[in-house]
Ligand binder design. Structure first.
Ligand code: AMP
Ligand code: GLY
Length: 415
């Protein structure tokens, strides 16, 4: 098996697959202990299944290149990955498929966008069309902030070409939910629901990030809610792709708002969520490899549908100071060895690298330094959310580096 990527999500996927297989990670990171790391392009790695973690290689066609060589891949081709690579394309597909989603307008000119802002009431929701690592969305009730954001995006200053086209969306409010399904082109089966914390600070304040924590199961999202997301969002989208000749094999992630007026899709991603994967894979009780391989080969059935344990998982992301704008890195990570030894916790490594000059053979992560925005993901497991949350925060408290950032309210209001 080859897991493509280098973050905490890929660490969680690799850990789940390694229960029954040899797993290599491409390129992985030095905190992924016990896995062979390869720096060669993933299409050159020998494997019987590739699982592609992040969106960027999917959007630029890695799955197509591996399939062209006869490889079995869990992850859509560039055609299907457009769903995440262009929010405008995604919105047009959703409207055509009658999937409920927030109303929107597309702008490429600052003047037109400002005119629209003046004519509409706050809060304003401004999104880049292209990929922005989860950081391309601004929700604000300040006109000045909205104007600054529009200028930075449309000029290419903030997100390069990804921001030269923006969407201004109708603002929705309600509970957010992540529902991810595994798809084999025509059929889809949902994983358990998860909830993600996108804002940097407690209480849902501060800038949007890639995700500061997650938990699963979600008490207010039982089978009926997940079934509704499947019927109204995921299946119509998969079928709309199929009708366009797109054979979508991989994870399809619907970020939905349970708004007063009903369910609305906020975004589609073409991969597992990060950090949702970190709480879903430890709860996945069936044969993960068999399910992903069946999806990749177009043969999903009730027989290999995903199953989840009743245990709860809570993930707390430990980030570098300055994240998401400008993370300060290069700090030595202390306490990781103790954290890794806790039986009902998992510590997935994301933005880490080996300390310069450290013995590469040293174990227990003793010589890792921070090297990215989101550095480590600490997952607590337990029979219910409250105990899982207790474990996650106890173990997060064992780890430190100067300026470490985390939220203290992950799963707090639900457990
Ligand atoms: P997205 O990457 O599109 O999911 O947006 C990131 C976050 O911005 C979401 O998780 C929401 O918290 C918020 N958001 C996105 N779209 C809207 C909207 N139309 N109304 C209110 N909040 C939104
Ligand atoms: N946690 C949100 C995402 O993966 O896009």
């Amino acid at each position: 098996m080859c897991v493509v990527g280098s973050g905490g999500r890929e660490h969680a996927i690799a850990a789940a697959l390694s229960i029954s297989n040899e797993v290599v990670v491409a390129p992985g990171n030095p905190g992924m202990e016990g896995f062979e790391r390869v720096s060669a392009p993933p299409e050159r790695v020998e494997a019987d299944l590739w699982v592609i973690g992040p969106e960027a290689p999917l959007v630029e066609g890695l799955a197509d290149r591996i399939r062209a060589r006869g490889g079995l891949v869990f992850g859509p081709g560039a055609d299907g990955a457009r769903l995440e690579g262009s929010k405008v394309w995604m919105k047009e597909l959703l409207v055509g498929a009658r999937v409920p989603t927030a109303g929107y307008q597309v702008f490429e000119e600052v003047d037109h966008a400002l005119q629209y802002l003046r004519a509409t009431a706050d809060p304003w929701v401004i999104k880049t069309d292209g990929l922005a690592g989860g950081k391309g969305v601004l929700v604000t009730d300040s006109f000045r902030e909205a104007e600054r954001d529009l200028r930075a995006k449309l000029s290419g200053r903030a997100f390069g070409d990804a921001g030269r086209k923006v969407l201004i969306e109708e603002a929705l409010s309600g509970e957010e939910l992540s529902v991810i399904a595994v798809c084999d082109g025509r059929r889809a089966y949902p994983l358990a629901a998860a909830q993600d914390y996108k804002r940097l600070e407690d209480g849902g304040t501060g800038p949007n990030t890639g995700g500061m924590g997650a938990y699963s199961p979600v008490p207010f999202a039982g089978e009926d809610v997940v079934g509704d997301v499947m019927e109204r969002a995921i299946l119509p989208t998969l079928h709309a792709l199929y009708k366009r000749g797109i054979d979508y094999r991989g994870a399809l992630y619907a970020g939905v708002m349970l708004a007063e007026e009903g369910l609305k899709v906020l975004e589609f991603n073409v991969r597992f969520g990060d950090p949702e994967a970190q709480v879903l894979f430890p709860r996945w009780s069936g044969d993960v490899t068999a399910t992903l391989a069946a999806a990749a080969s177009g043969s999903l059935s009730d027989h290999n549908a995903p199953n989840f344990s009743s245990d709860a998982a809570v993930c707390v992301v430990l980030a570098a100071p300055g994240y998401p704008e400008k993370p300060e890195t290069g700090e030595r990570i202390e306490g990781l060895g103790d954290a890794l030894a806790v039986a009902d916790a998992r510590v997935y490594a994301a933005g880490v690298e080996a300390e310069p000059g450290a013995d590469p053979g040293a174990d227990s992560g003793a010589h890792l330094v921070t090297a990215g925005g989101r550095v480590l993901d600490v997952v607590g497991l337990g029979p219910d959310l409250e105990s899982a949350r207790g474990v996650a925060y106890r173990v997060a408290g064992m780890v430190s580096w100067p300026g470490m950032v985390s939220r203290s309210d992950i799963a707090a209001s639900v457990s």
